[in-house]
Design a protein around this ligand. Structure first.
Ligand code: FCB
Length: 497
């Protein structure tokens, strides 16, 4: 009896061959089961801020405060997704997305930030989730994407310890209603932004400039994450619960010891201040020392860090760019890291300079495009922290898109951005990183926080006058990537995985 070699033909490959397409040689494939999705956040897309029992969040308050947001724009209408979610899910289905990452508006489902749920609010998310499931799209829920109910900010916000307990209560409430149909949960999106942009430099809601309170906010967000994970697992022991952090590749501008020190400081505040407590159960001692003039960490109570480090099912990483940093110029031989105490989102290291490299292309946010930094970041997390499944929960770029007379949006720079970053994901996977999925930011053009509607990140264009949606070239390109489960390899060599 002869045994034939099993031939590993993936369904997509078979489909391409059957359709008479060119041979799949020249494709660089993603591992089987790798998820391709797109992400959004409630305040950025939903609108309907006063409908169905929703009450104001800190972003409603902040956006209507004069001078806070470009053009005085608010999320009051946004992309009207609250009313158009069915069409938006149909668009996702046409593009072939495997998963959709969206966030729940806390003020919609628990208007006071405590106490009774709002059934109408929860019902909206049940309908959305059902629509996704009916279309074969895996719902991926983020519980907190920056929109704290205003009553909780009035009671102190994230610098107040009680907010962590309220968050766990809210998480349990949402899980009770959606847990039968949602299996992937992200507690927080980017606690760096919620704490340091919200409470240190005040560029984001609630707009406070109180560095010490910002460090307490870091801790209470992380504690809230731990308590929420435990609350969800108490209801469903096998629930997949993770947290999403925004990470940066960080490099010194030169190899001078002072610039290397600047890089250590910024890496500490941007990355390790969150990764170490979440994954190692401790604050990085060098960062605690850098922050000595800002906070004594007296807000940390015994047992907190064990709660923060409740085992994660997966870690979400949002990646956009690299920071290249330089030490402040010494004055009389002394480096003043606080740079005169300017209000910056880098407490204790406000004096560090962020350098733009010559010749490195930037997006419309003025963020340098650095795809190798994504691979570097993924490999770093894999090597320096306990192994766990990783997901890129956001990656994308704003460009000044041009709508052609026929309505098409040929966003080639965005295609190139996604292509380069997806290759970086494959490079990381080749290095052994257990990367399980990738979410493009964003499904739709939307309300880009303090930039209002002036920055477009969507793979689907939104005309804010008419709310007409038009998939851009990047959406069609991404759809092909998903169908092939691969990007094309310019070298013509097919990866063997
Ligand atoms: C991330 C946010 C997301 C979006 C992108 C551009 O920091 O999570 O809401 O604003 O940046």
């Amino acid at each position: 009896m002869t045994t034939s070699q099993p031939i590993d033909v993936q369904p997509e490959t078979a489909a391409l061959l059957a359709a008479g397409e060119p041979s799949p040689t020249g494709l660089r494939r993603f591992p089987e089961g790798f998820l391709f999705g797109a992400a959004t956040a409630a305040y950025q897309i939903e609108g309907a801020v006063a409908e169905g029992g929703r009450t104001p969040s800190i972003w409603d308050t902040f956006s209507i405060t004069p001078g806070r947001v470009v053009g005085g724009h608010s999320g009051a209408v946004a992309t009207d997704h609250y009313h158009r979610y069915r069409d938006d899910v149909a668009t996702m289905a046409r593009l072939g997305l495997n998963s959709y990452r969206f966030s729940i508006s806390w003020s919609r489902v628990q208007p006071d930030g405590a106490g009774p749920a709002n059934p109408a609010g929860l019902d909206f998310y049940r309908r959305l989730v059902d629509e996704l499931l009916d279309n074969g799209i895996l719902p991926w829920v983020t519980l907190y994407h920056w929109d704290l109910p205003q009553p909780l900010e009035d009671a102190g916000g994230w610098p107040a310890r009680d907010t962590a307990a309220r968050f766990a209560e809210y998480a349990a409430l949402v899980h009770r209603v959606l847990g039968d149909r949602v299996s992937n949960w992200t507690t927080l999106n980017e606690p760096w932004c919620s704490s340091l942009l919200g409470y240190a430099n005040g560029h984001h809601a609630p707009g406070r400039q109180e560095p010490e309170a910002a460090i307490a906010a870091v801790h209470h967000l992380l504690l809230g994450h731990g308590l929420a994970s435990q609350a969800i697992r108490a209801q469903e022991p096998d629930a997949q619960v993770g947290c999403t952090v925004n990470l940066y590749a960080v490099s010194p501008a030169t190899d001078s010891p002072a610039d290397v020190e600047a890089a250590r400081r910024i890496d500490g505040l941007a990355n390790r201040l969150f990764l170490d407590p979440l994954l190692l159960g401790r604050y990085p001692q060098d960062v605690v020392a850098d922050l000595a003039g800002v906070s004594d960490f007296g807000h940390v109570r015994e047992g907190d860090l064990a709660t923060v480090a409740t085992p994660l099912s997966m870690l979400g990483i949002n990646y956009y760019s690299r920071y290249v940093v330089k030490a402040p110029e010494p004055v009389d031989g002394t480096v003043d890291w606080r740079g005169g105490g300017a209000v910056a989102p880098w407490p204790g290291s406000e004096g560090v300079e962020f350098v733009k490299r010559d010749g490195v292309p930037v997006t419309a946010m003025d963020w340098e495009i650095d795809a190798p930094g994504l691979a570097e970041t993924l490999v770093r997390v894999h090597r320096e922290y306990p192994e766990l499944p990783l997901y890129v929960t956001e990656n994308g770029a704003a460009f000044d898109d041009v709508v052609d007379p026929d309505g098409a949006v040929n966003d080639e720079p965005r295609v190139a951005y996604f292509d380069a970053h997806l290759r970086a994901c494959l490079d990381a996977i080749d290095e052994g990183v257990p990367l399980r999925g990738y979410f493009a930011w964003s499904l739709l053009d939307n309300y880009e926080w303090a930039w209002g509607y002036t920055r477009r990140f969507g793979i689907v264009h939104v005309d804010y006058e008419t709310q007409v949606r038009t998939p851009k070239a990047s959406a069609h390109w991404y759809s092909d990537v998903i169908a092939r489960h691969a990007v094309t390899d310019p070298q013509g060599a097919e990866a063997t995985r």
